[in-house]
Each structure stands twice: as C-alpha cells, then as structure tokens.
Design a protein around this ligand. Structure first.
Ligand code: FE2
Length: 156
C-alpha cells in the first residue's frame, strides 16, 4: 500500500484524522436528532421563535454531517453510516423529553460548545500535517457555532 493517499497526505495521518472525524460525525448526527426533538417538543411563549430556530440549526447540522462524511472519503476512509454506529461512537447526550425553553436552549449551547472543543482539537492535529482542507472545513464550523453560542446565550 502506498504511503501517501491521492491528495498527498501521509496515509497514517489520513487514517488517524478519519477516525477523529468519524467521532465528530457521530456527535453531529446525535446533535442533529436532538435538534429535531427540540423542534418538535418545545412548548411555551417562545414556541414560534424556537421551533424555527431549531429547524434552522438542524438543517445546518445535516449539511455538516454530509460534509464531514465526504471529507472522510476524500481521506480515503469510510464514514460511519448506521444509527447503531453513531450511537456507539457519540459522546453527546440525546435530547429526550425536553420541552422547557430554558432547558432546550441550555442543552443546545452545551452541545455546541462540546462540538467546538472537538473541532479545535482536530484543527490542531491537522495543523501539524498542513492539512489545510480539513482545517478550513472545521474552522468554518467553529466560526458559525461560536456565533450560535452568542445568539442562543443572548436569548436566555
Ligand atoms: Fe418541522
């Protein structure tokens, strides 16, 4: 087997980064489903605003899930793709029976902060190998999610 993958990165690094990205993929998949649950279950005076906000967030999460999976394929590895594998690999809790606005927004903020931490860690791994493609992709998520934390926190 060649020591480098087709895009020129060392195979050993590509395999290591793919394993990290699969964990991030599993967490985003869990978060996606949690956002759907919050969108459905939310109650109270802020229902209309939060129902729409959680839909916006799960649509963004769905895009990210696809992009991370395809980055893993670019790195010549296989993305996780079954619910069972996502559950096994995920470190995020599932939003279950959350209908209170304060609890829902706090849950979302905590999840997003965990994802940002994970992305920052992966960026530092990617930097050591000049993997600018992965760095750019993850940095985009960090910027967008930092803004989400600000906006959601401002609503509390
Ligand atoms: Fe809906």
């Amino acid at each position: 087997m060649k020591e480098h993958i087709n895009i020129g990165l060392p195979r050993e690094y590509a395999d290591e980064m793919s394993a990290h990205l699969n964990k991030l993929l599993a967490n985003f998949s869990t978060f996606y489903q949690s956002l759907r649950a919050l969108h459905w279950n939310i109650k109270g005076k802020q229902f209309l605003a939060l129902h729409v906000k959680f839909e916006e967030l799960y649509n963004e999460a769905a895009e990210i899930v696809d992009e991370i999976a395809e980055r893993i394929l670019v790195l010549e590895n296989q993305p996780l793709h079954t619910m069972q594998d996502f559950v096994k690999a995920s470190t995020l809790p599932a939003a279950q029976n959350i209908d209170d606005p304060l609890e829902a927004v706090t849950f979302a903020i905590q999840n997003i902060r965990t994802l940002i931490d994970q992305e920052r860690t992966l960026v530092s791994v990617a930097e050591a190998y000049n993997d600018h493609g992965t760095i750019a992709l993850l940095s985009e998520y960090v910027i967008s999610q930092e803004k989400q934390v600000w906006m959601l926190s401002a609503s509390l």
